[in-house]
Design a protein around this ligand. Structure first.
Ligand code: GAF
Length: 413
């Protein structure tokens, strides 16, 4: 199967630096990099004040950047054609289309928070698969956040509290400038992860707890399968799920669905009715109940997953992954045929558990596999795809990497 290799930090830094030199004929002030993520469990829970458990990938987005005198932004990317430029004052909601919204949007959001961010120019390169549900958007935002923080001396990247503020600026850029109503898990994973650990995020109180994640010690591995079925969050489905949850919470008289305890689920479901969304559409009660059931049961699965990992029982998380996938497929309806086939083929080949990861509607699946079965499981998934006439999926390995950081000082020193 196609292994999607992560660049080494030196390799990524050198690529971004070379792009910068080619575009601007000078050395950058430095190069910064931020990881994509896979979420182990806790899907579509972040915007419900819930729990999720991402790990950072070794796959990163690299940004070579310099401050400039003029209050302008100039951007190039190895993944996109052309040069994008604008006056900093013209960047904001409704004013930027496409990938620059995720990059320049961060400068706008930091400015809104009162930070003095001036003009800059930057070259981007990335080995985070694009549109694979592995947070290429958050990696792009976070790489710009950490670079701008450093170059303009904001001092936020130095500790977790400051990084939380950078993550908030990235979320604002994504929600308000790029127009994707995502929930915040991905930016926290990219800016706050620690090597060798998963990050338990509690979106109700904003707390973060590092959770040991050492599958190798248990003779296991996490196989990430990029189905190559394109995944989009800016279309209506993600926003519709979020709006349904918010309307259901309002109907139940709680700020978010996090407040519905598992024991109260039956009575909460019984109290739900059709809901009307801000766009004027109506979601029938039966569908609202399934959406709510997913969110409440998924938060419970995160707690069980964390308990298994912290007690050294990593193998026990397999059934929780299976249950999460079934809930996302049947109740939340965010899976797709490629994700279901990847999950089923991995399980049939001996995976201890498998599920879609990320927002869904395409993107990636993860499978918990005995370390010596990674090849066999990968091959079975490949055969299942090829047998259906689909493109071969890509595979990545994920062990839990570190957060966004500077990877090259000025002039390549
Ligand atoms: C996407 C979003 F960006 C996240 O905020 C989260 O909601 C996820 O989908 C689903 O868990 O990655």
């Amino acid at each position: 199967m196609n292994q999607v290799r992560a660049w080494t930090l030196d390799e990524g830094a050198e690529r971004a630096r070379a792009s910068y030199r080619a575009a601007f004929g000078a050395e950058p002030d430095g190069v910064w990099a931020a990881p994509g993520r896979v979420n182990l469990i806790g899907e579509h829970t972040d915007y419900n004040g819930g729990l999720c458990l991402p790990i950072a990938l070794a796959h990163r987005t690299y940004v070579a950047l310099s401050a400039v005198e003029a209050a302008d932004v100039t951007l190039v990317s190895r993944q996109e054609a052309g040069t994008w430029s604008a006056a900093l004052a013209d960047v904001g909601p409704g004013a930027v289309d496409g990938w620059p919204a995720y990059a320049a949007g961060v400068a706008w959001a930091l400015g809104q928070d009162g930070h003095a961010v001036g003009g800059f120019r930057a070259a981007v390169d990335s080995c985070v698969p694009y549109g694979a549900g592995l947070s290429s958007s958050a990696a792009l935002e976070s790489a710009f956040a950490i670079a701008l923080d450093d170059v303009f001396g904001l001092g936020l990247g130095a500790d977790d509290e400051g990084r939380q503020a950078l993550a908030a600026a990235c979320i604002r850029a994504e929600n308000e400038v790029a127009g994707a109503s995502t929930g915040g898990m991905d930016q926290a994973a990219s800016l706050l992860s620690r090597p060798g650990g998963a990050l338990l995020l509690d979106l109700r109180d904003g707390s973060r707890t590092p959770i040991p994640f050492d599958l190798a010690a248990a003779g296991l591995a996490l196989l990430v399968i990029d189905t190559r079925a394109p995944h989009r969050l800016v279309d209506g489905q993600y926003g519709q799920r979020r709006a349904t949850c918010e309307a259901a919470a309002a109907r139940l008289g709680v700020p978010t669905l996090r407040e519905v305890a598992p024991a109260e689920l039956p009575s909460a479901l019984a109290a739900l009715d059709d809901v009307r969304l801000p766009d004027g559409s109506t979601v029938p009660a039966e569908l609202v109940r399934r959406r709510v059931r997913h969110v409440v049961t998924e938060i419970g699965r995160v707690e069980e997953f964390v308990a298994a990992l912290t007690s050294g029982a990593a193998r026990d998380v397999g059934p929780l992954m299976d249950a999460s996938h079934a809930s996302l497929r049947d109740d939340y309806e965010v899976s797709c045929p490629e994700l279901d086939v990847a999950v089923e083929a991995a399980r049939a080949a001996g995976a201890l558990g498998a599920r879609m990861t990320g927002g869904g509607f395409g993107g990636s699946a993860i499978a918990l596999v005995a370390a010596d079965q990674v090849e066999d499981v990968s091959e079975s998934v490949r055969a299942a795809f090829v047998g259906r006439g689909w493109a071969e999926p890509g595979t990545l390995s994920a062990t839990g990497d570190g957060a966004a950081a500077r990877v090259l000082d000025d002039a390549g020193e």
